[in-house]
Each structure stands twice: as structure tokens, then as C-alpha cells.
Design a protein around this ligand. Structure first.
Ligand code: GDP
Length: 207
């Protein structure tokens, strides 16, 4: 299993024209602020501090590009769902996101980070729809699964899978802290980056 030994920060984009060159293939990570996106990226890449774990939701409005090697990238999209952020900041986020999803040829798939205690919300579903409308793959990581007992975790997984039932969107449980679901998430990412179909990632079973 590849653990991206050569991963390194490439560039940040605050504006549409600052995106990394659109070559090769990339996997983007998106999610509500505080959903555990940075922690998931750090756990998946085995690089402490690669993405900054923040206690101040909604402050970063940057797209961060990380090179994985061989023209493969991991892209950390700015978080959303920040209640106290001014309308202007929200509008900028939307503009940058729409541009990214519209132009990005190298975007192979989206890993959507959802706090397993909250479940899939309308804004998350909208992100999935953007991807599906562009014929791209999407996979939901239900994070912080260590905070749920096994029964509740399975219930959230089933509900998420049911919500995505008419689509090709897959879902799994994940915990950066308990280090569960890491291999399943990497397998999905690697499949997209290699141009293969994503394997079924179903709960912890194959993680
Ligand atoms: P981001 O804003 O989506 O990038 O989220 P962060 O990765 O910064 O995490 C937000 C908060 O959730 C932090 O306090 C993390 O310590 C916590 N967190 C992230 N992942 C996990 C996890 O797997 N389990 C638990 N219990 N907490 C987590």
C-alpha cells in the first residue's frame, strides 16, 4: 500500500489564476470546517502537520496543493459551513470552488469529509452533486468515528449509503485519532489516481 513517501506542499491558491498546473491527476478533499479534514489528510499521508489542524473554523480560504509524486496531487479545498463568516467571504469561497470544479481537468475524484456525529447535510450533498454533474468520482469519509459506539457508527454509515444509493458515491467510517479506515481511504484514492475504478470501501471491513 502506497503511503506517498514523496508528498510535499506544492502551492496555495487564493484566486482562480493561482491553481497548480492542470496536468496529471488529483484527488480533492472537501468538507465543512472542523469536520476533521486536515486530520484526515495528515493521517492518510502519514505526515504530521502537512495540513494544518485548526481550532478556528473558516479562516483558511485557500486551495492547498500537495504533490504526491509522478504528477499526482492531493488538493485540500477550503472548508465550508462556517456560520459566523461574513457574506463576502462566503461568496468568495463559492466563486473559487465553482471555478475549481468547472475548469479542473485533472480532478479525478472528491473525498468528502463529514463528521460522523453530524451526518450528511445539504451543503455536503451540494458538493457531491457538483462532482457527479461533472462525471467525477466521490467518496464520503465519515470522520471521528471513534466518538461513536459501533452501533451508531454503523447506523450513520447505512444512512449515508442510503442517501447516496442512486449514485456512484461510496462511503466509509474513518477515524484519524483511532487510525481506522486509513487503508480503505487510500485504496479509493489510489484507484482514482491510477485511473482505475474505485474499489468498494464499506465500513471498516476492508480498511
Ligand atoms: P478541519 O477544520 O476539517 O480541517 O478539521 P481538523 O482536522 O482541524 O479537526 C477539527 C477538530 O476535530 C480538532 O479538534 C481535531 O482534533 C478533531 N478531530 C479530527 N479528527 C478526529 C478524529 O478522528 N477523532 C476525534 N475524536 N477528533 C478528531
Amino acid at each position: 500500500m502506497a503511503i506517498y513517501p514523496n508528498v510535499r506542499f506544492l502551492t496555495s491558491a487564493a484566486e482562480a489564476h493561482q491553481l497548480a498546473p492542470d496536468t496529471g491527476r488529483e484527488v480533492a478533499f472537501a468538507g465543512r470546517s472542523n469536520s476533521g479534514k486536515s486530520s484526515a489528510i495528515n493521517a492518510i499521508t502519514e505526515r504530521v502537520g502537512l495540513a494544518r489542524v485548526s481550532r478556528t473554523p473558516g479562516r483558511t480560504q485557500l486551495i492547498n496543493f500537495f504533490e504526491l509524486g509522478n504528477e499526482r496531487r492531493l488538493v485540500d479545498l477550503p472548508g465550508y459551513g462556517f456560520a459566523k463568516v461574513p457574506e463576502q467571504v462566503r461568496a468568495r469561497w463559492l466563486e473559487l470552488m465553482e471555478h475549481y470544479f468547472n475548469v479542473r481537468e485533472s480532478l479525478a475524484g472528491l473525498v468528502l469529509i463529514v463528521d460522523s456525529r453530524r451526518g450528511l447535510k445539504a451543503e455536503d450533498a451540494a458538493m457531491l452533486e457538483w462532482m457527479l454533474a461533472r462525471g467525477r468520482h466521490a467518496h464520503v469519509l465519515l470522520t471521528k468515528a471513534d466518538k461513536l459506539n459501533r452501533r451508531d457508527a454503523q447506523r450513520v454509515l447505512k444512512e449515508t449509503q442510503a442517501a447516496c444509493a442512486d449514485t456512484a458515491v461510496t462511503a466509509q467510517l474513518f477515524s484519524a485519532h483511532a487510525r481506522t479506515g486509513l487503508d480503505a481511504a487510500r485504496a479509493v484514492m489510489d484507484g482514482w489516481l491510477d485511473g482505475r475504478e474505485p474499489p468498494t470501501a464499506d465500513g471498516y471491513a476492508n480498511g
